[in-house]
Ligand binder design. Structure first.
Ligand SMILES: Nc1ncnc2c1ncn2[C@@H]1O[C@H](COP(=O)(O)OP(=O)(O)O)[C@@H](O)[C@H]1O
Ligand SMILES: [Mg+2]
Length: 390
């Protein structure tokens, strides 16, 4: 469908990794420099580890993903089979080794995956599989600080020593990138893990006003029809993004762009105006951003939507479990999805992630966001997602 506003809405979504990352050229260069000669005599290379450290929304995740793409291309040119895997540790419900290894195995070798394997069986199988295929692995572990806070110290230690697991098989893992918001998570680690993580750190400072403007202009080129979004509004969004409590998180700026664009589009306007940004700003509820919604499974989204609808319908801050169940039944029917008997799992996971508050079976509510605001965000994200898929 023709839009007078968007060239490609999906280019504003958190799942999209832009080609160009202004003001992160230096960090990317450092990452490449660190892995520069890793493919020379690859079997005898020590496992290289780096840490990316920087606040929320400073481009750590997208830079690491860009790096993975680029190094994979480099490996191809040198005829080395390299697999790259990105794992966000925040989204694991438990901090156990086996949960991480399962996820790793599922991504690397789904054909040998089985949920009945123990942690060491998984590692052993993975090693042999990769050796047979003469394939090497480079891993990114995102949000390590969060994982350590939840008690993942031991698992982290083991990860940094993967290559020692079956030393007779030689190297399989060639590199690991660990991402954290602050360095101080290391205080919770024992000295062996700290030294195993290595000293190589790349810092991601907060973007300043001019850098934010450059970034947003670059994103504008990819997402909007030329002339739709004037420069002064980009500056205004950069200001809002730098102010408290957002403090420079780019994902907030991108959400504002998407929301303002959708509002302008729905009004049939051919330009984004100040009023669209103001309304998008009023509707937003930092720190909740579209990225958080994206990270939910389909069923978690349905459960969340059911709760939001029940709260809106009853106009109360909490609903009872039975009111929630009814809303869930209706939402599933509407979405033509089969209801899950054990939807409590999703409810609990939403609670773990800070969306939902379960005070008791008669008091289930949202945490720190109004139902109507969350409804808008859920709707926007699912609409763009559906268009993307279709
Ligand atoms: N330099 C940049 N250029 C373009 N987009 C960027 C840049 N830095 C961050 N972004 C975008 O901002 C959002 C947040 O970045 P992300 O890498 O997830 O931050 P972090 O992991 O540091 O919290 C992502 O959607 C990303 O694409
Ligand atoms: Mg990140």
């Amino acid at each position: 469908m023709f839009s007078p506003i968007f060239k490609d809405k999906s280019k504003l979504l958190p799942t999209y990794v832009p080609q160009k990352l202004p003001h992160r050229e230096h960090q990317l260069r450092l990452m490449h420099a660190f892995f520069d000669d890793v493919f020379i005599d690859v079997d005898n290379q020590p496992l290289r580890k780096i840490q990316l450290i920087g606040g929320v929304g400073t481009g750590k995740t997208c830079s690491s993903l860009r790096f993975l793409k680029e190094i994979k291309r480099k490996a191809e040119k040198l005829n080395v089979n390299l697999k790259t895997v990105y794992l966000n540790l925040r989204f694991f419900r438990e901090c156990s080794r086996v949960v991480i290894y399962r996820n790793l195995l599922k991504k690397v070798a789904p054909e040998i995956y089985s949920s009945s394997l123990s942690a060491s069986e998984i590692l052993s199988n993975l090693f042999r599989y990769l050796k047979n295929k003469k394939t090497y692995l480079l891993l990114v572990f995102d949000e390590v600080d969060y994982f350590v806070e939840k008690g993942g110290q031991e698992a982290l230690y083991e990860i940094t020593r993967f290559n020692e697991f079956e030393p007779e098989l030689g190297n399989v893992f060639i590199g690991m990138v660990f991402i954290a918001r602050k360095e101080n998570y290391m205080q919770k680690l024992d000295s062996a893990t700290v030294s195993s993580l290595g000293r190589n750190k790349i810092s991601f400072p907060k973007y300043d006003f001019n850098q934010l403007v450059d970034i947003l202009k670059e994103r504008r080129k990819e997402s909007f029809i030329p002339g739709v979004l004037p420069d002064d509004l980009i500056g205004y969004i950069a200001d809002l993004t730098l102010a408290y409590p957002v403090n420079g998180d780019v994902r907030y700026a991108l959400d504002l762009l998407l929301s303002a664009g959708i509002l302008a589009e729905s009004e049939g306007s051919s330009k984004i105006e100040m009023k669209h940004i103001s309304l998008a700003y009023e509707r937003s509820h930092y720190p909740l951003t579209s990225e958080e919604i994206f990270s939910l499974s389909i069923h978690e989204k349905l459960v969340l939507l059911s709760l939001v609808k029940a709260l809106m319908r009853d106009k109360t801050p909490y609903v009872t479990l039975s009111r929630f169940k009814l809303a869930y039944k209706l939402t599933c029917e509407e979405a033509k999805v089969k209801q899950k008997e054990d939807f409590e799992r999703e409810l609990q996971s939403l609670c773990d992630r800070g969306f939902v508050e379960i005070k008791s079976l008669t008091k289930i509510g949202l945490k720190g966001i109004e139902a109507s605001k969350l409804y808008n965000l859920l709707k926007e994200v699912t609409e763009v997602e559906e268009k993307n898929a279709g």
